[in-house]
Design a protein. Structure first.
Length: 493
């Protein structure tokens, strides 16, 4: 009798709906986040059946719904929402799934999220709303849907920019017209020193130091050398400590100055190593000063930069692969690949930061799905490095330096707010050292161009060479800035 009972219990455990074998048979082979990012509907269903926590973020701080919204899978989004995923769940930087859907231009996903109760007014940690993003990217239909769902057309981000100001700054006139028709208030004044892509066009105003504007965040960073030196001088030994860190940049400096060959891959690593050394230095000071908020912020920035560095190198590898395939096709060696891939995006597919390259979309497709979605700053940096040929290295330097200062400024603001005075002074000192390095690079470029021009005037233009072309290597055309306009040199000050 006992044997019969044991057998019956065993059969029940093996075949029951909650039995061991039934659970093992339904074990997912992908993580929840990879399933959402692929998207793999069957794998998502397995996670849902096993009562997975759909709102728990992964190691990067991104919940499953964010991945599904980012890749534009309406089916995955609806499945997760129907299973109890929170439509208002946020990433560690305060972004909701609606942000990724808007940025990717996924109208069906936007509609699904709004129908499920997504807050069209929800702002991230920088006070940027989905409508700001739609305005920046020219997503007219999505902007209309957000407004219909209650988005605030006059919401201000942390820089007091409204969606209308952003739209006009990005030349998105159709979206601007929609905003005006729905109550956007005038005036929408543009920054007097910025072009539609947020790049500084003029020198400093009277009494100001060099000004740098981040291409991605439009954060104005003022470098006032005298004030910073006084701030650093207040702490004994700090100036010398900053100099020790800055002196490590010699190899990176030479890498920027040389313009005879394409050294972007090595330069990426050199630039990030220098910043890494600076962050280690700043963390030590912040730790000694017990700056409770700034220390983890430095760690977060270091982790973010590491991921961004990987993305940039991936983009450069993709560019090289594409160029090799195009060359092979041009030589009749395409082996039936079909249409040659191109790094130029279709019209209207620009990012919020003026990027127009399919390199990023290809990179996102090849990236591991459980990695965080590519943010706007990373997109802008990847595109700058992809476009950064020897003859346009000045534009690359400007883009890299803008973002470096913008991110360091974020740390400085945090240190100031928690009254970590030595940490704030150290960050200011590092920022000044970076500005002075850029000035040295630009000065050397100018000397090289003048030397090149004198050589051309003395020897004349070689046969078959366009006027103004360098005799050796590629150094850019003397007298031109990165936009190719003669008579202007784009500077930070």
């Amino acid at each position: 009798m006992k044997s019969a009972i044991v057998i019956l219990v065993s059969i029940s455990l093996l075949t029951g709906s909650g039995g061991v074998l039934a659970q093992d048979a339904a074990l997912p082979t992908k993580s929840l986040y990879k399933a959402a990012g692929d998207p793999d509907i069957e794998q998502l269903k397995l996670h849902i059946a096993r009562k997975a926590d759909l709102n728990k973020p992964d190691e990067f701080g991104y919940p499953a719904l964010v991945y599904a919204a980012n890749v534009g899978s309406a089916e995955a989004v609806k499945l997760l929402l129907g299973a109890g995923a929170n439509v208002s769940v946020k990433t560690t930087d305060g972004r909701t799934p609606l942000v990724g859907a808007v940025q990717g231009g996924h109208k069906e996903v936007v509609d699904a999220l709004l129908a499920a109760g997504a807050d069209a007014k929800a702002a991230d940690d920088t006070k940027t709303t989905p409508l700001h993003i739609a305005a920046a990217m020219g997503r007219t239909e999505i902007a209309e849907a957000l407004i219909k769902a209650g988005a605030d057309v006059n919401a201000e981000d942390r820089l007091t920019q409204t969606p209308l100001m952003v739209a006009r700054n990005r030349q998105q006139l159709e979206v601007a017209d929609v905003l005006l028709k729905n109550g956007a208030k005038e005036p929408a004044v543009l920054h007097p020193e910025s072009n539609p892509y947020g790049e500084s066009m003029g020198g400093p105003q009277a009494g100001q130091g060099p000004r740098v504007t981040s291409a991605a965040t439009n954060v104005d960073v003022e470098i006032q050398p005298d004030a910073i030196r006084e701030q650093v001088k207040a702490f004994e030994g700090l100036a010398q400590a900053i100099k020790v860190v800055d002196d490590k940049n010699d190899v990176e400096l030479k890498g920027w100055i040389q313009r005879r060959s394409d050294n972007r891959v090595s330069l990426v690593r050199l630039a990030e190593k220098q910043l890494g050394d600076e962050l280690v230095f700043l963390k030590k000071i912040a730790t000694d000063e017990k700056a409770a908020k700034t220390v983890p912020a430095i760690d977060q920035l270091a982790a973010k930069r590491k991921l961004r560095n990987v993305a940039i190198l991936d983009a450069l590898r993709e560019e090289r692969r594409t160029a090799m395939e195009q060359n092979a096709d041009a030589m009749g060696m395409g082996r039936g690949r079909g249409v040659t891939r191109t790094t130029r995006a279709k019209a209207g597919e620009s990012s919020p930061y003026g990027n127009t390259s399919t390199t990023m979309s290809k990179m996102r497709t090849r990236a591991e799905p459980n990695k965080p979605p590519v943010d706007g700053d990373t997109q802008a940096q990847c595109q700058a490095w992809v476009n950064g040929k020897p003859e346009t290295k000045d534009a690359l330097l400007a883009a890299v330096h803008r973002l470096d200062l913008a991110e360091l400024e974020g740390l400085r603001t945090m240190a100031t707010e928690e009254e970590a005075k030595k940490t704030a002074a150290a960050i200011s000192g590092i920022m000044l050292a970076r500005q002075l390095r850029v000035d040295r690079i630009q000065k050397q470029w100018k000397l090289d161009q003048e030397r090149q021009q004198k050589m051309q005037e003395r020897l004349g233009t070689q046969p078959g060479m366009a006027p103004g072309t360098g005799l050796r290597g590629t150094r850019g055309t003397p007298g031109q800035d990165q936009q190719g306009t003669t008579g202007r040199t784009r500077r930070y000050r």
